[in-house]
Design a protein around this ligand. Structure first.
Ligand code: SF4
Length: 86
């Protein structure tokens, strides 16, 4: 399936059990991530906390942010789930 803006449908999840609270994701992409208890990352949707997700990536900007955060996360806790890979 494809989103309205032409991006492939994708979701992001955070494995809060392996997040090491390094803070890169919410420091760099505060519109998608936030700091939870003890600095463990939480996903956010329109300012609301969504825990570890999954959260739908509804724009190319969100998908790009999630991909970059996933690549930079030192614990490998951020995963992108694209349609066809679930
Ligand atoms: S970048 Fe990774 S380890 Fe750091 S807070 Fe985010 S999810 Fe956790």
């Amino acid at each position: 399936m494809v989103n309205v803006d032409g991006t492939d449908q994708a979701q992001v999840v955070v494995d809060q059990d392996i997040c090491m609270a390094a803070g890169y994701c919410y420091g760099r992409y505060p519109g998608l991530f936030a700091a939870g208890d003890l600095g463990i990352a939480e996903l956010t949707v329109d300012g609301f906390v969504a825990g570890g997700g999954p959260v739908e990536l509804t724009s190319a900007d969100l998908l790009s942010a999630a991909r970059q955060a996933s690549q930079a996360c030192p614990s490998g806790a951020i995963r992108i789930v694209e349609s066809g890979t679930r």
